[in-house]
Design a protein around this ligand. Sequence first.
Ligand code: NAD
Ligand code: MG
Length: 385
Amino acid sequence: MKRVNILGATGSIGRSTLDLIERAPDAFQVVALTAHRDVDGLADAAQRTNAQLAVIADETRLDALRDALAGSGVRAMGGEAALCEAAAMDVDWTMAAIVGCAGLRPIMAAIERGGMIALANKESLVSAGEVMLAAARASGATILPVDSEHNAIYQCFDSRAPDQVRKVILTASGGPFRDWPIDAMRDITPEQAVAHPNWSMGAKISVDSATMMNKGLEVIEAFHLFPVTADQLDILIHRQSVIHSMVEYVDGSVLAQLGTPDMRTPIAYTLAWPKRMATPCPALDLATIGRLDFEAPDAARFPALALARSALVASGAAPAILNAANEVAVAAFLARKIAFLEIAAIVGDTLERYTPAAPDSLDAVLAIDAEARVRADERVKDCVV
Ligand code: NAD
Ligand code: MG
């Protein structure tokens, strides 16, 4: 039996993870589940899976969680310290599926504890890549990428021959606005932005896919996860989301991982690693799909791509600032405070105006993250929708 924790159990990735675990009750034992504010979703999942512990990050909801779990035998806790306590429990496998830098401290607690960390939360790696990887080296934790592109690269990357890798090619669906002229993009609504053509995901990553900041964050994520330089990381628009990414070798071979766009495949890969497990995902039917299309990304309509790449090249504090400003801007867009095209503008301005020294610890990353949020928020207030 693998003992598992799910940080962010009520979200899109968390629910897909629970779906797989609940189909294999003899293989997995749930220890702790966490959520931000969804008491009912958390209590329901904790009872279904016989979890030992349920943690609600928003402490004001702890009483409601206690009520919902009364008589169930599941212990209830609340607040960020409790999240970290849950993350540090003795488990074999942790799903890190909290969205945004809010996940950073609990993910670090899990990494310091050791074991296998299935990492869905890309924001933590973008902001604190060096710090996280140093902690993983120190504890011996294994980080298994859940993000479909990185999971694909993980499956194709020949770690015996890292010097023979020429390129890593991250595929991108291009999001819902890949074919829109820039003029039409000014009036994009949150509803349009969260309706992704291929994947069903949480609101924040859906907006990131629409601006293509998601692919920018993923380039930085790939830089940390694999032994490659920034120049070796390419982006290719592939609208069907069937090829999840590719690795090109010096001999001309290109290895790809394909599948239907269903996150349960990469999640299952990390759950069963180093083995494989069956999933209910529909088999890939290429004869029905018929064709696969590819094109270069459009840097002019998607400035987030260049912003992310320049933050990667600048390194130091820049990726953490990029991420924090983006989180603030996406939240403001979803709250209808700013227009769609202002997301990248706010990220760009925050990066330009705030240039602190490189962080050398988790606390330093979090301080930069906090200050970048204040500055991005001031910039949001300058915008009038
Ligand atoms: P989601 O919004 O559906 O779920 C987020 C989860 O995090 C929820 O359980 C929520 O309760 C919890 N959470 C939110 N704010 C929190 C806070 N302040 N403190 C503690 N917990 C908090 O998001 P998602 O789509 O499941 O994405 C989760 C992560 O996985 C993101 O980092 C995203 O980029 C990444 N990811 C998602 C997908 C996908 O298909 N959904 C694919 C690749 C990567
Ligand atoms: Mg992805």
